[in-house]
Design a protein around this ligand. Structure first.
Ligand code: SF4
Length: 481
């Protein structure tokens, strides 16, 4: 049955009257000034409303116009807006903002999404919010609450906020576009919360299908609230510093990963900003390569692991930071960036040695508990796993010896989780930057989640997130229980 969106919005309009007004709406209502709305929206990302409101007050006392903002340098801005989330990045964006406004928009805040996203620190979400709130023009700001709740209602069936925005543009009556973000942010903070939504006191309880929602158990219930389902994600970011500039942290939160395994970080931790080393809600572990700007892995984990091991335990294989092993109560998680066999297969022997060591490790660990391997295995297993198998038969990543190792892995009972759920062609995780390969979907599936034979049924779903930009690879994920 279709979700009754008109009824839901009408009920929520009544309901949220009693809630605190989101800070950006408050500033818009108080000032009607697009510049202040834009600045407050930039400040508000990943920041509690009270903190945003206080920082905005301090900032507007010193800089209420682009010209006044231009007189403040980045360091002063950092001090003024601290402790908003990612305050260093935001100070950098704000410092650059007046010049871009002057150069491209005659000193005025533009009123279209396409123009706003050209400003520093402004993504689609911010741009839509500014268009809707500051200019009162039809725009749909899809933040994490809107994306999540629309899927819970079954009004959309999407994997990312961008997909949700596109579906809502087609489907949601335009009269709701401007309001929907404010309504669902307020509702998502108070009632339909990301963790433990309060269905017991929700005015939409009778019409909500609660898709994917774990019910809140009664107080005193012997079992924990969570069903123990974990979302595990793996992503080769092809350089973490570059990925940060392309919104890596936003993607991390949007992916909502319990564990995110990252490969090819190409950086030492000391070369990275604090915002990626101290991500609220995550423990972060690093295994950089000895050689600067090359290879390396990292893991962001909501749970603190019992133990973290760097490498396979073989000196000759461990200098490139290719393995991070995390032990949890009932499974081992291996993040691995397998070597590339290289042009002319020059590194094939090194790669096969690495592969053998990895399989031995997995065999050993799986005698104790479940094993989950997530990473870039740098090999397409079968013809279905790349767009042009005939042309790549002798090339690295599809050479017979590399594929034979995959045969051995799967032959031993290890599970290629994506293929457990999907036997269709045209699903890839890596595309060359050349020849417009991604747009034409001429790709390879070389990023995997593999689990040991006994853990097959612990995998509830597997996905490829090919809509996520920011690298030449896209993330892959599993739901694991
Ligand atoms: S019934 Fe529960 S899941 Fe549905 S909207 Fe209300 S709080 Fe959210």
């Amino acid at each position: 049955m279709a979700f009754a969106i008109d009824t839901a919005v009408a009920i929520l309009e009544q309901e949220v009257r009693n809630y605190q007004v989101p800070v950006v709406d408050l500033i818009a209502a108080q000032t009607r000034d697009p510049f202040r709305v834009l600045v407050a929206t930039i400040l508000s990302a990943r920041t509690r409303d009270e903190v945003t409101a206080a920082a905005a007050r301090r900032l507007f006392a010193r800089a209420a116009t682009p010209a006044e903002l231009a007189r403040l340098d980045e360091k002063s801005l950092e001090k003024i807006i601290y402790p908003v989330g990612f305050f260093r990045n935001k100070a950098r964006y704000l410092a650059a903002l007046p010049a871009v406004l002057n150069r491209e928009f005659q000193g005025r805040v533009p009123d279209t999404v396409e123009a706003l996203v050209r400003l520093p620190g402004v993504g689609r979400k911010t741009a839509n919010l500014v268009v809707a709130v500051a200019f009162n023009k039809p725009a749909i700001c899809v933040d994490t609450h809107v994306h999540r709740i629309m899927n819970i209602w079954g009004y959309v069936h999407t994997r990312t906020p961008l997909q949700t925005e596109m579906v809502l543009r087609e489907k949601l009556p335009q009269r709701y576009w401007i309001r929907i973000n404010s309504l669902l942010v307020a509702f998502g903070q108070e009632i339909c919360r990301p963790q433990r939504p309060r269905c017991d006191r929700c005015p939409l309880a009778v019409i909500c299908p609660r898709i994917g929602v774990t019910p809140l158990r009664a107080a005193g219930s012997a079992r924990p609230v969570a069903d123990g389902r974990l979302r595990l994600v793996s992503w080769n970011v092809n350089g973490l510093r570059a990925a940060l500039k392309k919104g890596f942290l936003d993607t991390l939160h949007e992916l909502d990963a319990d564990i995110l395994a990252v490969q090819e970080i190409k950086a030492m931790p000391e070369q990275l900003p604090d915002e990626v080393k101290k991500v609220p809600g995550y423990h972060v572990y690093w295994n950089p390569a000895r050689r600067k700007g090359y290879s390396g892995t990292a893991v962001f984990s909501r749970r603190r692991p019992l133990e973290v091991v760097h490498g396979l335990g073989r000196e000759e294989l461990d200098g490139e930071g290719r393995v991070l092993l995390l032990e949890y109560d009932d499974f081992f998680f291996i993040n691995s960036y397998f070597p590339n066999a290289g042009p002319g297969l020059k590194r094939l022997d090194f790669k096969l040695d690495f592969n053998r060591a990895m399989l031995e490790l997995m065999d050993r660990l799986s005698e104790r508990k479940s094993v989950v391997l997530g990473g870039d295995l740098n090999v397409a297993h079968r013809e279905i796993d790349l767009a042009n198998p005939a042309g790549n038969e002798k090339n690295p990543g599809f050479s017979p010896p590399e594929r034979a190792w995959m045969d051995e892995l799967v032959g031993a009972g290890y599970v290629d989780t994506f293929r457990r759920f999907n036997q269709e062609p045209d699903h890839y995780t890596w595309w060359s930057y050349r020849f417009d390969a991604r747009a034409r979907n001429i790709g390879w599936r070389i990023d995997y989640f593999i689990v040991d034979p006994g853990s097959r049924d612990r995998v509830l779903a597997a996905a490829i997130h090919d809509e996520v930009p920011g690298s030449d690879h896209c993330p892959v994920s599993i739901e694991f229980r």
